[in-house]
Design a protein around this ligand. Structure first.
Ligand code: ADP
Ligand code: MG
Length: 274
């Protein structure tokens, strides 16, 4: 029954092992400031030769102290920032070189959730409309986009009726649910969450992490989860990447990194957890 016909073509490498959803190769980013009268010019290497992969369905955590380059990495992945060099591949296709329609299409596949969605929500825009804006900009008709926004508000646990409300009528945790709904509106495959629960109380953090887990299953999402908080990373991440001064110093499964860290820096981060 399992006989292979003798004329069968052997599978290519790509067929044997499908490309990871996200592949980051030798990413490099330097920030240069011009300096002034009392301020010397400065160069910050925010990312130095950063390489890793993220498979479909995985939650990969990026941890490290403030200033280690986590946000810059996240912003490069969603293309809010341009790396100086390196490759960013989605399903094996380097999207740093794409332009026009192809870029727009690829860009939708990765969406970001920020620390405080309030910062990017217009106080005069009803949240339903705020969620619908992305799809509308991508030629989804207004009525359809608004209906979808209601469904998304339901999905993130706020209820369809909240679509008519304004951002200030929501609590921090609820606003983060709006931020998540907004990211989901473009049907992404990968969510980059940058300190998405860092501004929230611990009990609310747990609820948002649970929501992300739930959505991951329901919508077959993958997650790049950026946080300075190792306790939070331990709760949600399958794999952990530790960054220091723009470099990856250690990576492994959450168990490996938390239970038997190999690097002094990782141990210091773990020791610092109160
Ligand atoms: P993290 O998110 O881990 O706190 P960031 O990626 O925000 O780290 O920052 C990494 C380094 O790059 C820091 O030294 C920061 O000051 C610098 N940096 C980040 N963004 C900019 C920018 N737009 N201009 C200049 N320097 C920046
Ligand atoms: Mg940051």
């Amino acid at each position: 029954i399992n006989a292979i016909p003798s004329n069968a073509v052997p599978p290519t490498r790509a067929e044997r092992e499908p490309a990871p959803l996200l592949e980051v190769r030798q990413l490099h980013k330097v920030f240069r400031s011009r300096g002034g009268l009392f301020k010397p010019a400065r160069e910050v290497v925010a990312l130095h030769d950063v390489s890793f992969t993220l498979d479909r369905g995985e939650t990969v955590g990026i941890v490290g102290e403030s200033g280690s380059g986590k946000s810059t990495l996240g912003r490069c992945v969603v293309r809010l920032e341009r790396p100086d060099s390196g490759e960013l591949r989605l399903d094996g296709i380097d999207f740093t070189v794409l332009k026009g329609d192809a870029l727009r299409r690829e860009r939708k596949r990765v969406q970001m959730v920020f620390q405080d969605p309030y910062a990017s929500l217009n106080p005069r825009t009803r949240v339903g409309m705020a969620i619908a804006q992305g799809p509308m900009a991508n030629s989804v008709p207004r009525e359809q986009a608004l209906k979808q926004a209601e469904d998304l508000l339901e999905l993130v646990g706020l209820g369809a009726k909240t679509a008519e409300r304004f951002p200030h009528e929501f609590s921090g945790g609820q606003r983060q649910r709006i931020g998540i709904a907004r990211a989901l509106a473009l049907n992404p495959e990968l969510i980059v969450a940058d300190e998405a629960v860092s501004a929230l109380d611990v009990s609310i953090q747990a609820q948002i992490l649970e929501l992300l887990e739930d959505l991951k299953q329901k919508l077959s999402l993958s997650l790049l989860f950026i946080t300075h908080d190792l306790r939070v990373a331990a709760q949600i991440c399958d794999r952990i990447i530790v960054m220091q001064h723009g470099r990856i110093v250690e990576q492994g499964t959450a168990e490996e990194v938390f239970l038997s860290p190999r690097e002094v820096y990782t141990r210091q981060l773990l020791d610092a957890i109160p």
